[in-house]
Design a protein around this ligand. Sequence first.
Ligand SMILES: CC(C)=CCC/C(C)=C/CC/C(C)=C/CC/C(C)=C/[C@@H]1[C@@H](COP(=O)(O)OP(=O)(O)O)[C@]1(C)CC/C=C(\C)CC/C=C(\C)CCC=C(C)C
Ligand SMILES: Nc1ncnc2c1ncn2[C@@H]1O[C@H](COP(=O)(O)OP(=O)(O)OP(=O)(O)O)[C@@H](O)[C@H]1O
Ligand SMILES: [Mn+2]
Length: 309
Amino acid sequence: MLQLPESPRVSSLDSLKDAYERCRQITAEFSKTFYLGTLLMPEEKRRAIWAIYVWCRRTDELVDGPQSELATDATLDQWEQNLESIFAGHPIDDVDVALVDTLERFPVDIQPFRDMIEGQRMDLYRNRYETFEELHLYCYRVAGTVGLMTTPVMGVDETWKTAPWHRDQPTPNPEPEAVALGIANQLTNILRDVGEDARRGRIYLPLEDLARFNYTEKDLFNEVVDDRWRALMQFEIKRARKFFAEAERGIRLLSPDARFPVWAALMLYRGILDAIERNHYDVFRQRAYVPGWRKSLYLPLAKLKAEVL
Ligand SMILES: CC(C)=CCC/C(C)=C/CC/C(C)=C/CC/C(C)=C/[C@@H]1[C@@H](COP(=O)(O)OP(=O)(O)O)[C@]1(C)CC/C=C(\C)CC/C=C(\C)CCC=C(C)C
Ligand SMILES: Nc1ncnc2c1ncn2[C@@H]1O[C@H](COP(=O)(O)OP(=O)(O)OP(=O)(O)O)[C@@H](O)[C@H]1O
Ligand SMILES: [Mn+2]
């Protein structure tokens, strides 16, 4: 019997559109700051960032979400298999279709994705970091990698290469600065969430730093805010700002249409550090956030920086 022909082309185009739309919704729901950043980008880039965002979010949910009690090494092994399949062009479920499309459009490397899964593995086994060196590696894996995933989407400025004396020079590589922005964001996130994490038995602040300021784990669990704590927080905020400063130096290497969104997201996220200061370092009883009116002040400033720096 003759079978009715399906129309796979139409349906696959439809499912691609739906997949990107789902990615947009998820990004908008989970991160106001990054979603705002993507809205300042051209359509093709913005959709690609949503697809990457959703993969990162799902990776994080494996060990941090409602199902996280059930997560084991095997869960992450399976997730890594899925990743290999996506990079081979075979989506596993509906939203993966968007990421497969993104990978066809932009030269994104698989390694940072694998590294992020390794970062989640760390969360599975550890709830303490002895030194900043150890925390730094964790921050690279769970957030620095995002800089590496998104830079090929945003693109690097190559226009300066048209000058004849520049022609044989290598394209500048903003990867270290992209990683620095991820690390800065993660450190900021850690400082904002110290209280919430402590209530789950987790301490991301390096224990060597606590010791340096004579502040103990017990103090942390008792939510003690005193001169020792304030000095410790000042120290950590200063360190986070150094990573933001490094990141700033890389923005001018990005393609022009990515500079404003990156400046905006950088300034908004760094604003959380100022909010912690305004709250007198009490991250236990008050959530540090950047109020809407402040966000709208940052935007024209970010635009200006994107144009002149
Ligand atoms: C930051 C920015 C330029 C935004 C514009 C749009 C853009 C590129 C967004 C990327 C968003 C993305 C794919 C995020 C992945 C999810 C993730 C791991 C987020 C972590 C943030 C904390 O988020 P949140 O508060 O929602 O987490 P909790 O709910 O509290 O758990 C992160 C800590 C930050 C992740 C790291 C970045 C966004 C990397 C930023 C670096 C770049 C975009 C490279 C820029 C390039 C140069 C040269 C400076
Ligand atoms: N000002 C706030 N006070 C209390 N809870 C908040 C506040 N802002 C966000 N939340 C909630 O806390 C969770 C984590 O949000 P988060 O602070 O990361 O804000 P966000 O909207 O994702 O912005 P960002 O991109 O800056 O992280 C979200 O599920 C959100 O509903
Ligand atoms: Mn968030």
